[in-house]
Each structure stands twice: as C-alpha cells, then as structure tokens.
Write a protein that binds this ligand. Structure first.
Ligand code: GLN
Length: 193
C-alpha cells in the first residue's frame, strides 16, 4: 500500500522540477506528465508557473487538456495551478485569447501587480494555516472574480491570490520556490488515493 497518492506535475514548460522536489520532500510519489497516458495513475495534478500561453499551446498539441478535463470529470482529479498554471485552469483570462482548460470558475488578469514590481515576496495570511506563508510572486496574475462555488483563501493588498473550488486550487504565487511544504502537504491530502 502506498502511503501517499501519486501526484502528477505537468512537465511541458516552467518550474515543474521545483514542484517535484517539494512533493518528494514530503514523501509523495511524483509523475512528470508530458502525455495523456502519464495521467493514468495520478490522483492529483500540479500545473507549474512558467508561461501560460506556452503551457496552453503545448497542452493542446499533446491533447493533455482534454485528458485532464475527462479525468477530473470521471475520477475527481485534484488540480492545483500555480501562477501560469492558475491562468491555464481559469474560466476567463481578461484581455487575452489563449488556449486554456477551463476548470475553475474564476477570472484572472495576467501580470497584475505592475511592471515596476515584477517580482516580490510577501507574507500571506492563508485560511487554514496558523502562521503566515511566504508568497513568492513573479509576474503574477490576480484572481479578479470568483464564482459562487469558489472560496477565497488569501488576499494580498485586497487582491485575491489563492482560491479553491472543491479540490481545484489556484494560487497567484509560487509555494514551490520556498522551503515551506505546508501547501503541498495540504494538496496531497486532498488528492484521493
Ligand atoms: N506572467 C506569466 C503568464 O502570464 C506567469 C508568470 C509565472 O508563472 N511566474 O503566463
């Protein structure tokens, strides 16, 4: 019996290695997902930060987008998009036409924190965590609107940076670029065995 579910990390582009290391540091089995068949035995999928247009195009080319949607519908695949990944799973991307899933009832605005401050760190209060979490923001999107099924778990300067719809999560920031594995652990526990 495996102690943890097997978690996939979409490995088409972006910082998937950092997610892999973080998941492994808390004992998860990790599968790098590049083709639909790699989704077979995973119960959760993380979409990394990177470039959402590239991730969207490659996912369409390799037909991973349809495979993810189907697996979510049939088996309740847990899903977590970080930064570019959050853009890919959003229902609406304001001002951009680009391939995306969509899976979460959220609207996002890309690069929403201004050009002068492309990258920054900020301590975030996150619902369900006792102490603040270091948010690493890199040309980060803002979640500008959420549907009625979506909970807001964190805001920074009034902007939504963490939202959850059942076992689908979207974070504007990059927990994989810290040494704090709490959110990865929480995500693993939401993915069914
Ligand atoms: N700005 C990127 C995009 O819009 C996301 C940046 C990131 O993932 N760090 O796709």
């Amino acid at each position: 019996m495996r102690r943890y579910p097997r978690i996939g990390v979409l490995a088409l582009q972006g910082d998937f290695r950092e997610h892999r290391l973080m998941l492994e540091s808390v004992g998860a089995e990790v599968v790098e997902v590049r083709l639909p068949k790699h989704l077979r035995d995973v119960s959760g999928l993380i979409i990394p930060g990177g470039e959402s247009t590239t991730i969207g195009k490659l996912a369409r080319e390799y037909e991973i987008d349809e495979a993810v949607k189907e697996k979510r519908k049939k088996e309740g695949l847990a899903i977590w998009g970080t930064c570019a990944g959050a853009i890919w799973i959003a229902q609406r991307i304001i001002g951009h036409q680009q391939p995306h899933l969509p899976l979460m009832d959220i609207a996002v605005r890309r690069n929403a924190f201004g050009r002068q401050v492309d990258s920054f760190e900020a301590l975030l209060e996150i619902a369900g965590l006792n102490t603040p979490f270091k948010g690493v923001f890199i040309r980060a999107p803002e979640i500008v609107d959420v549907g009625s099924q979506v909970e807001v778990l964190s805001r920074y300067q009034g902007k939504i940076v963490f939202a959850r719809q059942g076992n689908a999560w979207a974070t504007s920031f990059h927990p994989e670029l810290t040494d704090d594995a709490r959110l990865h652990e929480m995500f693993i526990s939401t993915a069914k065995n």
